[in-house]
Ligand binder design. Structure first.
Ligand code: GDP
Ligand code: MG
Length: 424
């Protein structure tokens, strides 16, 4: 078989560490390295510069830019990857100073999304984000994209489209927006039919690689792709699961977050992320074994805030506790339990803590239930059956007046009961 995969690009990573940055500069570069690898690149070297602020012209300092030029030559790197989104002019200036093609973190993330987009909506969203990102970067310099060949950042819209004039790209953007609006309408219809079904919806959110998909599979017996790779999941998946409390709920898994997510991407994925707005509960999944647990949780909270979702009821799930081992692990576990008293500690892979998580999800679902005590007409036996499956039927006595019931039911079933009584 002929290998048609693009040649692996050798990437040289560059970071600028500002005072009071959330992530340690090294950690952020490591994360960038993982992103580059997920985009099939290899990291051949890296460099971090401490600065009070980014240089407006070159992003790094001029001397640093020249040093990067020498280093990339020595290591025969194909590209420089900047750990922040560069302005089009910074990108050009850095290319001129280093003599190497320069891409940034946003390009890499967009590339990974392009690799993983499966659904029609996902593909439209990614192409839209890529074009919006590239549009201001196409000014008279088509060569920088072709220089990259088949590597990182060239997947998706394709060469010819990139080199055609901006007018065509604008037209394409318009077209994609319209298509997206169409798909969003279909999604809205699907959502409202689910809403009439009335099931409690718990949406998994969290940093990429926290274990959301693994947890989804464990909770709902689903078959979602699990991968030790950022952004393996792009399309939202929703599954039903029956809980010990008797409640049946929906669990949904969707795209994760990462630090410095490109704004064009967040905008393009708004529709997908707005699925979260329909959730009754956000289940924030975090990887406890990750050294940047707290910083990552903050990124997730900020992203949720940006999506106007921070007011939602949230349940914190500290996942991957199986990776906390030995005395040090035990100490960390205790510290976390003290710091987040309402969190549930679980391992999606070993199953530890999942019974507690199911119980907590059940409690959250049941919290919205209502106690009803009434007499239903005999013809309402189908409704009684629904009360049994959807809620908890505490008693049902059949007498001359009808079926005397006492039950705890979800709001939509309570409404149904009310209208059945009115019709009596
Ligand atoms: N040891 C351990 N690994 C886990 C656990 N949950 C997920 N993982 C691993 O973490 C990686 C990312 O998992 P995934 O579910 O795809 O994360 P997602 O990006 O949040 O959906 C995979 O390699 C999983 O096997 C866990 O509880 N323990
Ligand atoms: Mg996933």
């Amino acid at each position: 078989m002929i290998d048609t995969s693009p040649p692996t690009e050798k990437a040289y990573l560059v970071g600028v560490e500002l005072p009071r940055a959330r992530f340690d500069g090294e950690d952020s570069l490591d994360e960038l390295g993982a992103l580059v690898e997920a985009a099939s690149g290899v990291v051949v070297g890296k460099s971090l510069q401490q600065r009070r602020s980014p240089d407006p012209h070159w992003w790094v300092g001029k001397g640093k830019a020249e040093e990067i030029g020498r280093e990339t030559k020595r290591l025969s790197a194909d590209i420089v990857v900047a750990d922040d989104e560069l302005s089009p002019s910074q990108q050009r200036a850095l290319e001129d100073a280093t003599g190497v093609a320069v891409i940034d973190r946003s390009t890499v993330i967009l590339d990974i999304f392009a690799r993983h987009a499966r659904s029609r909506e996902g593909k439209i969203q990614v192409e839209l984000a890529q074009l919006e990102y590239r549009l201001p970067r196409l000014t008279g310099r088509g060569k920088e994209m072709s220089r990259l060949g088949g590597g990182i950042g060239t997947r998706g819209p394709g060469e010819s489209k990139l080199e055609s004039d901006r007018q065509i790209i604008r037209k394409r953007i318009q077209e994609l927006r319209e298509r997206l609006a169409e798909v969003a309408k279909q999604r809205e219809r699907a959502r409202s039919s689910r809403a009439t079904e009335g099931l409690f919806l718990a949406a998994l959110v969290g940093y990429t690689n926290a274990g959301k998909s693994t947890l989804m599979n464990a909770l709902a017996d689903a078959d979602v792709l699990v991968a030790n790779q950022p952004f393996a999941t792009l399309d939202p998946t929703t599954r039903r699961t029956a809980l010990p409390s008797g409640a049946t709920i929906l669990v949904s898994d969707t795209v994760g977050f990462v630090n410095k997510l490109p704004p064009t991407l967040v905008a393009a994925f708004r529709a997908t992320l707005e699925e979260l707005a329909g959730a009754d509960l956000l289940v924030q999944v975090a990887d406890v074994a990750h050294p940047n647990l707290h910083e990552r949780m903050r990124v997730v909270e900020e992203t949720l805030r940006g999506l106007d979702l921070s007011g939602k009821p949230t349940l914190l799930v500290l996942n991957q506790i199986d990776r906390l081992r030995g005395a040090e692990g035990d100490a960390l576990r205790e510290a976390l339990a003290a710091e987040f008293p309402s969190a549930v500690l679980v391992s999606a892979t070993t199953g530890e803590g999942l019974a507690t998580l199911r119980a907590r999800l059940g409690e959250a679902a049941v919290a919205s239930w209502r106690r009803v005590k009434t007499t239903l007409p005999y013809q309402a036996s189908a409704l009684v059956q629904r009360i049994r499956t959807r809620g908890a039927l505490r008693r049902a006595d059949y007498d001359e007046a009808g079926i005397r019931i006492e039950a705890d039911v979800p709001p939509d079933v309570a409404a149904e009961i009310e209208s059945a009584i009115r019709r009596k």
